[in-house]
Design a protein around this ligand. Structure first.
Ligand SMILES: [Zn+2]
Length: 185
């Protein structure tokens, strides 16, 4: 089922998500619906607060992206990240590993606008899986960026919070204009 996406201004986007266990009622369906919604919207990540649920749950799938910067390691072993998609992240913990790089980023909760966001290029992430196991991996490039973006959502942090002031101002102006256009059409 496709779920409505919550946009900027809704207070749920500022809530810290509650931690979620593998026996959470309706988890399988919720994950399925989030994946379906993300794909419908042509997103590469979706966090539960974006569908109005303040939970520590996010999905990521970058396999359709043209971006070639992503790499994934399990321990010291490089793995094909495409085979690991979609990633399901429950209660993710992210450790930043290097200096920020600035890239253009979008968010399904800010339709039609993009802004430059500095983020470390590499992270270590550990996240509970729906089967109860723990995923622990190192991510680089776009994959690292998406996991950081989605994990931020679970803590009530939005990409505008990571932007330099002028970039944030520019994006919010464009966002308001886009909303006014869509409201009047
Ligand atoms: Zn987002």
């Amino acid at each position: 089922m496709i779920l409505p996406i919550v946009t900027y201004g809704d207070p749920v986007l500022r809530h810290k998500g509650e931690s979620i266990a593998p026996d959470y009622e309706g988890l399988t369906q919720l994950i399925e619906d989030m994946l379906e919604t993300m794909r419908q919207e042509q997103g590469i990540g979706l966090a539960a607060p974006q569908i109005g649920r303040a939970l520590q749950l996010a999905v990521v799938d970058i396999s359709a992206s043209e971006d070639r910067s992503s790499r994934m390691f399990l321990g010291d072993q490089a793995v094909d990240y495409r085979e690991k998609m979609p990633l399901i992240l429950m209660n993710p913990q992210v450790k930043l590993l290097n200096e920020p790089v600035t890239e253009l980023e979008g968010c399904l909760s800010f339709p039609e606008v993009f802004g430059k966001v500095p983020r470390p290029e590499a992270i270590e992430v550990s996240a509970r899986q729906p089967d109860g196991s723990l995923l622990q991996c190192r991510c680089h490039g776009l994959l690292s960026r998406v996991v950081q973006h989605e994990t931020d959502h679970l803590n009530g942090i939005l990409f505008i919070d990571r932007m330099v002031r002028d970039e944030k101002h520019k994006l919010l102006t464009e966002y308001r204009e886009a909303r006014e256009r869509s409201a009047s059409s």
